[in-house]
Design a protein around this ligand. Structure first.
Ligand code: SF4
Ligand code: SF4
Length: 391
């Protein structure tokens, strides 16, 4: 299918967002997006616009998250919550295969877990980049290490991105070059650090509707069915102004100059001991991170011993069992685990995948129970570059 040429933006009145959701449902997509649940904004099924967290925002800081009324009726007036979209592409638990005993032998049946066609509504700029980072992990370009579930789920996605107009207290997407604006995938000059990042539609919210940009042939088909009018120049300008204001209000800043080399040459910095004194090794940061991809497998047998299954589950480099191998544990201390995690995200990820493992979403800062802040840790190492612990 040929990709469409960049077209002029269109305008979708808020009263017609349900038409868009209805068209996606009619085309066989399960629409998922932000919902208010468990006193947080999380991702789940969206049947109509009334399921969205209309009029709510999230106040975030290190180890702190609160919902608050905004005083307007914004549909996407929050930042990001504890969920990331990775749960739909790389599920927390996945059965890989079943085994059934038949007499003295057994047969293995492949799992028939089939990902549905899904439309993700409300994907932020940093989250589009996070999906692109996980693509590099799970869709190996040479085709040698492609994860079959991820590949199917990814191929069935319809992505509706929404630009951020509110900056979170823990966000630093501007430092990582991932937001809050959403780069036009048809503009080769607009995504300087990470190449192109595809979306099907990109929305910018105004008071009465959305400026809509089309990023794919599937997106073009959908807007053609909706029969949308062109956005007025002043609507486009107002959208740009709002996103630029969010960039100015960013909660945090990280100097990324020479970051890979900075972390590699500071493996014995005393800051690793200081952070280890605070870190609980609870794994929260890795569970909420949209790019973390570690998993482990376990075989589970039922009580009759007739049936077994192999299950893959999210794992974390903070788990005490993670680095245990025959003969010992190669990361027995919290210092070693924290250093591994941070250095992998911001340094050795480049060596493996030619991209940063961090997109600046701020989740690990917000959801760390003791408020450890990756930007603060890196800034402290930079401030005393070359310092070594005293053994
Ligand atoms: S390391 Fe933290 S800020 Fe970076 S992508 Fe992961 S959760 Fe977001
Ligand atoms: S850095 Fe925070 S969230 Fe991560 S393991 Fe340590 S205490 Fe838990």
């Amino acid at each position: 299918m040929t990709e469409p040429r960049a077209a002029n933006p269109l305008f979708l009145p808020k009263s017609r967002l349900d038409d868009l959701i209805g068209q996606l449902a009619a085309a066989g997509f399960e629409v998922v997006g932000p919902r208010l649940e468990q006193q947080a904004i999380v991702y789940g099924p969206i049947r109509s616009a009334s399921d969205l967290p209309i009029g709510w925002t999230d106040l975030q800081g290190p180890g702190s998250y609160r919902l608050q009324r905004r005083g307007d009726e914004a549909y996407f007036g929050y930042v990001v919550g504890p969920h990331s979209w990775k749960k739909y592409l790389f599920p927390p638990t996945l059965t890989l295969w079943h085994a059934r005993r038949t007499g003295d032998t057994f047969t293995i049946e492949e799992s028939n877990d089939e990902p549905p066609r899904r439309a993700l509504l409300g994907v932020r700029g940093c989250e589009l980049h996070a999906i692109a980072v996980q693509d590099r992990v799970f869709l190996n370009r040479a085709g040698q290490f492609t994860d079959p579930f991820y590949a199917k789920a990814r191929q069935r996605l319809f992505l509706i991105a929404v630009e951020c107009e509110t900056a979170g207290g823990t966000c630093f997407c501007t430092s990582m070059g991932t937001g809050p604006q959403i780069d036009d995938p048809l503009d080769a000059h607009s995504a300087p650090r990470r190449g192109r990042h595809a979306y099907d539609l990109a929305l910018t919210e105004l008071d009465d509707g959305f400026v809509v940009r089309v990023g794919s042939a599937a997106g073009q088909d959908l807007v053609a069915r909706l029969g949308l009018a062109a956005a007025a120049p002043e609507q486009i300008a107002e959208g740009r102004r709002r996103v630029a204001a969010a960039a100015q209000a960013m909660g945090r800043w990280l100097d990324t100059t020479d970051l890979r080399q900075l972390l590699h040459r500071n493996q014995e910095h005393p800051r690793w001991d200081a952070v280890a004194d605070r870190c609980l090794s609870c794994t929260n940061c890795t569970m909420v991170c949209p790019t973390c991809f570690c998993s482990s497998v376990a075989d589970v047998t039922d009580l009759s011993l007739e049936n077994a299954q192999r299950v893959r589950k999210w794992d974390s480099c903070f788990n005490p069992e993670f680095a245990k191998v025959h003969g010992g544990d190669f990361r027995p201390s919290i210092r070693a685990r924290y250093r591994q995690w941070l250095t992998h995200k911001f340094a050795s990820w480049y060596d493996q995948f030619d991209v940063s493992g961090c997109v600046g979403c701020g989740r690990c800062i917000t959801w760390c129970p003791v408020g450890i802040d990756v930007t603060e840790e890196i800034n402290a190492i930079r401030a005393a570059d070359g310092q070594r612990r005293l053994d």
